[in-house]
Design a protein around this ligand. Sequence first.
Ligand code: NAD
Ligand code: ZN
Length: 340
Amino acid sequence: MKALIKAHGREGLWLQTAPVPDIGPDDVLIRINKTGICGTDIHIWNWDDWAKKTVPVPLITGHEFAGEIVELGRNVEGLNLGQRCSGEGHLIGKQSRQSRAGKFHLDPETRGIGVNEQGAFAEYLRLPSFNVVPLPDEISDDIGAILDPLGNAVHTALSFDLVGEDVLITGAGPIGIMAAAVARHAGARNVVITDINQDRLDLAAKVADVTPVNVTKTDLADVQARLKIMQGFDVGLEMSGNQVALDQMVEAMVMGGRIALLGIPPGKSPVDWSRIVFKAITLKGIYGREIFETWYKMIAMLQNGLDVSGIITHRFAVKDYAEGFAAMKSGKVVLDWRTT
Ligand code: NAD
Ligand code: ZN
C-alpha cells in the first residue's frame, strides 16, 4: 500500500510503499478515504527536537482520518464490513487506575497513532476496534477526517459551562476557530478570538460567528468595552501555546474566571502566578479528547447545526502531499487517498 512515511531522521516525509498491516483478533482494518494534516505532522515533517525524541524511524505518520472497515478481527462485535468510520488515535492501556475507572483519556500509558505507533497516512490502517467511531451518513469523509482536532476543540470548549458567558479564545489556528464555532453553538454570549495573523482572523470570521481581534493592532480592552463585557471574560480557551497570549488572557479574565489550556508552549515559560492567585482563576490542562464522551457530543452537535466545514481550506490528492503541507500555513488541509 501507499503510505506517507517518516523514513529518515531529517526534514521531510516520503510517499513509499509499505505492507498492508496484519490485524489481531480485537482489531479492524480500515481503508482510508481522507486524512487531515495536523500541526503535529508539521513538527514531524520539520524533525524538531520534540519529534526527534518522540517519533521512531521509520514510521507511518498521520492520526486524523476517515475511512471504512474492510476486515474484522475474530473477536470484534458490533461493527460491520463496509461501515464508514473515524476513530480515536490515542491507544490506551487497560491496567492503570484511570482506565479501570473508565477515565480512558487520562490513561498514562497512552500511545498515539502516527506519533508512537503506525499511523493513518496510508491506504490501510490497523486500529483496535475499541477505538473505532462509526460515522453517521450525514457526516462526510472530509469532516470525519478532522474529528480529531474538532474533538480537541470540543473537549476544551465544553470544559466549563459556556451558556450566557463571555468567552475569550487566544489563537485562531484550526482548533481555536473550531472552538469558537463550538462555543457559539453551545450558547456563549460573546465569543472573542485573538491572533497576530490577520489571515487566520479573517478565516475565523468566515467560519464562525465571532469577534476577531488582531492584538498587534487592536487593544483587547477596547473590544471588551464595545461588547459591554464589564468585568472581564468568564471563560478562556488558550489555543496558541504562546506565553504572551496567556498573559493577556489572565489580564482580561473576570475574578473567579476559568481557563482551559490546550495550546502547548514550546518549552518552559514564565507565568505570573500571583495574578492568577489573586484573581482566583481556575486552570485546567486539556489533553486529547474525552474517550468517548467528546466524540458523542461532537457528533451530536454536528447533527444539530454545528458547521465547521469552512475550516477545510485546501484539498489535495495524496500524491500532492508536499503542497498540502505547505498550505497548512493558511488553514486546514485534507488529503484524499482514493484519487490518484
Ligand atoms: P496553530 O499553531 O495552527 O495555531 C496557533 C495560533 O496561535 C496561530 O494562528 C498563531 O498565529 C496564534 N498566536 C501566536 N501568538 C499569539 C498571540 N500572542 N496571541 C494570539 N494568538 C497567537 O495550532 P492548532 O493546530 O490550532 O492547535 C492549537 C494549539 O493546541 C497548538 O499549540 C497545538 O500544539 C495544541 N494542541 C494541543 C493538543 C492537546 O491535546 N493538548 C492537541 C492538539 C493541538
Ligand atoms: Zn491532530
